[in-house]
Design a protein around this ligand. Structure first.
Ligand code: PMP
Length: 429
């Protein structure tokens, strides 16, 4: 398929809201490890992994083999019947997730995982109000979009009551115009006033990402979650930790993002990187919370044996190779490189993130968001043969998050190319 044909078909047959990157979109045809090829045969170093989803590299042989083996046996059962891969994965999730998280509901996406979590929190607590965070992203269903703290991803009017949004721990653009640490964590303590002024005073849940993904890898100060979650529990709420982007070693050194912040969630949600690209959602909860959900509920594809096999194989690769340690090491090198780029290029406003979740906010005078320069940087990076992502409320945050199996050499090569792209854009702006 030529690019022109692909663009024509997209325009004719897909919803216009499906927006591909680049003035001339890429049609990807194959991938291996951290390399992908487009329809013209050009090779790219994939530093985005299909939005932090290809966690152990394209076509990882262990994952491919597990999927093929399962397809040959049985591809679908529904939860009207049990299947071994689903039960084994649930057992493994209970063992590997922090604290007392134990029981899982499987679905097909992060959106559904979060919907399930909010349902569950309301059923368990008997409360209705939910606290979400500004600059967050939690999915595309009506509820998940209303939880999302970014108008760009909320296509309809606010139509679900009972959700209020706390300030984001976004230090670079602090809503209180304060500086860490002299701010005294005003954003976290403000949650108490939010509950007392904008809810009935009893809440069902606080839902938050350990690092805000779509928000542009906004990374909270170390104390934020301890303060926030203590307040939330005091007002009757449970903590839903959305690990859709931060899970499975992505943040380096730990398997889960929240482990850096010293808090144990009551409910955790997963998707993306858990199955290396097979559609999956998982909501894992403490046993006594999960047990409150006695009403019938079904996801036809939830617990699909092929997806479960892909997830199990992906977890094998992550755990057997101690990828969190590898991510910490390679990430440290990359952050060193990015910080030196920040020193060199004034339009790099902030470098933030953890592990292999690296955000670069592109700014103009007085930290003004610079989305046009960001667009130019995306195109320049593509010309250099690297795929990177973007995000942020102002669409001015570059997101770099390669498969976690990336070698130190490939990561260094990726950084060289990103630096050349920055230099090219610096001469234009
Ligand atoms: N939560 C977070 C943190 C996400 O980044 C996303 C997807 N970008 C979702 C939930 C929704 O996941 P999905 O697109 O699989 O529905």
């Amino acid at each position: 398929m030529t690019v022109d044909e692909a663009v024509r078909l997209k325009q004719e047959y897909l919803f216009p809201g499906v927006r591909a990157y680049y003035s001339k979109p890429l049609v990807l045809v194959d991938g291996n490890g951290v390399r992908v090829h487009d329809s013209t045969g050009r090779e790219y170093l994939d530093l985005y992994g299909g939005i932090l989803t290809v966690s152990v590299g394209h076509a990882h042989p262990h994952v491919v083999e597990a999927v093929k083996e399962q397809v040959d046996k049985i591809s679908h059962t529904s939860t009207c019947y049990l299947n071994e891969p689903m039960l084994r994965l649930a057992e493994r999730l209970a063992k590997i997730t922090p604290g007392n998280l134990k029981k899982t509901f499987f679905s097909n996406s992060g959106t559904e995982a979060n919907e399930t979590a909010v349902f569950l929190a309301k059923i368990y607590t008997g409360n209705h109000d939910v606290i979400a965070v500004r600059h967050s992203y939690h999915g595309r269903s009506t509820l998940a979009a209303m939880l999302t703290g970014n108008s760009a991803w909320r296509p309809v009017d606010t139509e679900i009551p009972g959700i209020v949004h706390a300030h984001s721990p976004y230090c670079f653009r602090c809503a209180f115009h304060l500086e860490y640490p002299s701010c005294g964590l005003a954003c976290a303590y403000d949650i108490e006033e939010l509950i007392r002024t904008c809810t009935c005073g009893r809440i069902a849940a606080f839902i938050a990402e350990p690092i805000q993904g779509v928000g542009g890898f906004v990374t909270p100060p170390p104390e934020y979650f301890k303060i926030a979650v203590e307040i939330v529990r005091r007002y009757g709420g449970v903590f839903i930790c959305d690990e859709v982007q931060t899970g499975w070693g992505r943040t380096g050194g730990k398997l889960f993002g929240i482990e850096h912040w010293g808090v144990e969630p009551d409910i955790m949600t997963f998707a993306k990187g858990l199955a290396n690209g097979s559609p999956i959602g998982a909501t894992v909860a403490r046993a006594e919370i999960a047990e409150a959900f006695t009403a019938a509920t079904i996801s036809t594809f939830g617990g699909n044996p092929v997806t479960m096999a892909a997830a199990m194989a992906t977890m094998d690769v992550i755990v057997d190779n101690n990828l969190p340690a590898h991510v910490a090491k390679v990430g440290e090198m990359c952050f060193g490189r990015l910080r030196s780029m920040q020193d060199r290029f004034p339009f790099v406003g902030e470098v933030r993130g953890k592990g292999l979740m690296m955000g670069v906010e592109i700014t103009g005078e007085n930290r003004a968001p610079a989305p046009d320069a960001t667009t130019a940087l995306m195109e320049a990076a593509r010309e250099e043969g690297i795929l990177i992502g973007r995000g942020g409320l102002y669409s001015n945050a570059i997101r770099i998050a390669p498969p976690m199996t990336i070698s130190a050499e490939d990561a260094a090569d990726g950084m060289d190319r990103f630096e050349r792209a920055l230099a090219k854009v610096a001469s234009q702006f």
